[in-house]
Design a protein around this ligand. Structure first.
Ligand SMILES: [Zn+2]
Length: 170
């Protein structure tokens, strides 16, 4: 499961609604506890630098990522740290007028198997639902990955209320 504070949750909602009708994206900072639960503690929005049709793809600005790594303490003046306390857990991006499910393009772009993916469905400009996913190996083939949805909770363990469920596609 992944736990995310309400203020960061709201920032993600605001960023993806602001980006509509284009895909918005950004990075999630945090750490994993000894029970393998993910804790988001910081957020860094990024411009979507994907060329072409930015309604169905996203690319995080490498400069934003590098600065976030430095700010999190993942990199010192001597180079990358082996075990930083806080690091990049994954990223979020929006699906304008599409469900919060990983797309075929998302799977093609999933080359960092340790990353958490958060996907926000934004329907007619309003965030409709948020899901979180991790990558697991497909059985019998260690080369192929697939998405597995994970539970997204507030830090006290309660689920977030549905955002705008009337507009959610079924
Ligand atoms: Zn996507």
């Amino acid at each position: 499961m992944i736990r995310i504070p309400a203020d960061i949750y709201q920032l993600i909602v605001a960023d993806t609604e602001l980006g509509y009708p284009r895909e918005a994206c950004g990075l999630l900072g945090g750490h994993k506890d000894d029970q393998d639960h993910f804790h988001v503690t910081s957020l860094r929005a990024s411009p979507n630098i994907a060329g072409g049709n930015r309604q169905d793809r996203f690319e995080i600005d490498p400069g934003v990522r590098f600065k976030f790594m430095r700010d999190l303490g993942m990199i010192s003046s001597h180079g990358p740290l082996k075990q930083p306390k806080e690091y990049i857990l994954g990223h979020y991006h929006s699906h304008p007028d599409h469900p919060a499910k990983p797309s075929a393009t998302d799977l093609e772009m999933a080359y960092e198997p340790e990353f958490i993916w958060m996907i926000i469905s934004v329907m007619a400009g309003k965030a409709a639902s948020i899901t979180a996913h991790k990558l697991i190996q497909q059985s019998g083939n260690s080369e192929l990955l697939k998405f597995q949805e994970i539970q997204l909770l507030s830090p006290d363990g309660t689920p977030y209320a549905a955002l705008n469920p009337i507009q959610q596609e079924t």
